[in-house]
Design a protein around this ligand. Structure first.
Ligand code: SF4
Ligand code: SF4
Length: 165
């Protein structure tokens, strides 16, 4: 499947929103036994042909949440105290999580490389979470992510074909 361009992804995801919502509601009630295996395959196949450096839409339009382990690790990398790092880069959002003060992410460089790649937040390492076990539990997050991430969009489209419900 061709990857949707960043210009069209929001519209495509909006068009699929109701269909995806229905699908994930059914998935929660009728979870296939092999869901984890199928998702791992779909995720691997899509990311084999995905070059995130040509995209970086996740880093540009949404940020990760930062756990305390993330904050300690990244602050150490900058030789800062966690509190200094928090004051310089983070804010608390409506869910009481630490998130970036601004997007695009401050740590994204002009070539779409992450300047803190080795110590980046866990949420960045795991985005878009399409290989997560018990995938049915992150339905709402996934429905949001297909509007940001062309790879996640394709994975969900393939998933509906492979596992019609
Ligand atoms: S939005 Fe998806 S495809 Fe784009 S850089 Fe992020 S993970 Fe990769
Ligand atoms: S920390 Fe790195 S991977 Fe995470 S959003 Fe920022 S640039 Fe992207």
């Amino acid at each position: 499947m061709l990857k949707p361009s960043l210009n069209e992804i929001q519209k495509l995801a909006k068009d699929k929103h109701n269909e995806n919502k229905k699908y994930f509601d059914k998935l929660k009630k009728k979870t296939p036994k092999n869901l984890d295996y199928v998702m791992q395959d779909l995720h691997d196949a899509e990311f084999k042909k995905t070059n995130c450096l040509e995209c970086a839409n996740c880093c540009k339009t949404t940020g990760p949440l930062f756990t305390s382990a993330d904050i300690e690790r990244i602050a150490k990398h900058f030789r800062q105290k966690p509190q200094q790092f928090i004051e310089q880069y983070l804010r608390i959002d409506e869910d009481q999580d630490y998130v970036l003060q601004q997007v695009p992410c401050t740590f994204l460089d002009a070539e779409n490389y992450c300047m803190i790649y080795d110590v980046r937040p866990k949420a960045c390492r795991e985005f878009p979470h399409t290989d997560r076990q018990k995938f049915q539990q992150i339905a709402n997050l996934t429905i949001k992510n297909v509007a940001i991430c062309p790879a996640a969009y394709n994975i969900v489209e393939e998933m509906k074909k492979k596992m019609p419900l």
